[in-house]
Ligand binder design. Structure first.
Ligand code: MTE
Ligand code: MO
Length: 314
């Protein structure tokens, strides 16, 4: 079993009172936005992450996960649409308008169309999942995400047998996203997943964190979270999804093909050309930890890449 979600654990057992109150607030805000939002109970870090209990894939380097403080998660960001500095998104992202918001679905599927975010929130109840996310720049975070499996949405879209990949795009609107006035990247930000990666139960469409709606700087109102891949795969503020036969050209691979690939699986053995990927610093801590293969989720995802040359497909 990939994800253990204890059915009868009470909310107070897994969260403190502050988080509990934030959750109520999240539901209230969502309701005000016209959505009836269900919320499942939280997962403990141990249940949510592979490798903690000295699993075979962590080389014995067991880690204990403490949540990265909310303050840090929402103030140290990568979101180039709002500037390239880590503190730019928190300062600038308030210009993003997150309602009305739709996701346009195109390509190889039977149910293309324009899907409203509030409809999605009603249809797919948000669950809490505590995931580590490791940035390619060698820092990492542990975040209680709220979201639903991308697979649930994809199932309903009925991809055809030709669908091999899913391509995602971020909003392109330089008025709301002033960073898009500079050609740091070829806007809009594009990412992609192979179909089996997109359907993996760990892959989340996230709509919140720490019991509240997603802050603008973290990719409001809806973003991807793929915890075994480098952070740049977790595309923010998604407005379109396309099922394709060909591998999408993701923004970072387009910009610097020698440095960033399509797969971007966390791998301490394959260095970035300009720095080592062997260690990472958890935000809020000083010491550096060993980086785990597949960010510690190897037990759940290694089978997806069996027989692949991970140096070639980095
Ligand atoms: N649209 C968009 N999505 C993006 C980015 C970006 O610049 N634009 N940065 C990526 C990178 S490099 C990382 S590490 C994560 C950071 O997510 P966080 O700020 O919520 O921690 O978002 C990813 N998603
Ligand atoms: Mo990143």
């Amino acid at each position: 079993m990939l994800i253990r979600r204890p059915p009868d654990i009470s909310e107070s057992e897994v969260t403190d009172q502050g988080l509990y109150l934030n959750r109520r607030q999240f539901i209230r805000k969502a309701a005000a936005a016209g959505a009836g939002l269900g919320l499942a109970t939280g997962l403990s870090p141990i249940a949510a992450c592979g490798g903690e209990a000295g699993g075979a894939d962590d080389g014995g380097a067991s880690q204990v996960d403490e949540l990265t403080p909310h303050e840090v998660v929402t103030s140290y960001n990568n979101f180039y649409e709002f500037g390239t500095g880590k503190d730019d998104p928190a300062r600038n992202a308030h210009t993003l308008r997150t309602r009305p918001w739709t996701i346009t679905v195109e390509g190889e599927c039977n149910k293309p169309g324009v899907y409203d975010i509030d409809g999605l929130l009603t249809r797919y109840p948000a669950e809490e999942r505590i995931y580590r996310l490791r940035c390619v720049e060698a820092w990492s975070m542990v975040i209680p995400w709220l979201g639903f499996p991308l697979a649930d949405f994809i199932d309903d879209l009925e991809p055809t047998s030709h669908a091999q990949f899913v391509e995602f795009r971020t909003l392109h609107d330089p008025e709301q996203m002033p960073g898009q006035r500079r050609s740091v990247l070829d806007w809009p930000y594009v990412e992609g997943l192979r179909m089996d990666e997109a359907m993996h139960p760990l892959t989340l469409l996230s709509v919140g964190l720490y019991g509240e709606m997603l802050p603008d700087q973290n990719g409001a109102p809806i973003r991807l979270v793929v915890p075994w891949k480098y952070g740049f795969k977790s595309i923010k503020s998604i407005v379109s999804l396309r099922f394709t036969r060909e591998m999408p050209l993701n923004s970072w691979a387009e910009t610097a093909p020698d440095e960033y690939g399509f797969y971007a699986n966390v791998n301490p053995e394959v260095d970035h050309p300009r720095w080592s990927q062997k260690r990472e610093r958890r935000l809020g801590e000083l010491r550096r930890r060993p980086t785990l293969m597949y960010n510690g989720y190897g037990e759940q995802v290694a089978h997806l890449y069996e027989g692949m040359d991970l140096r070639r497909f980095f």
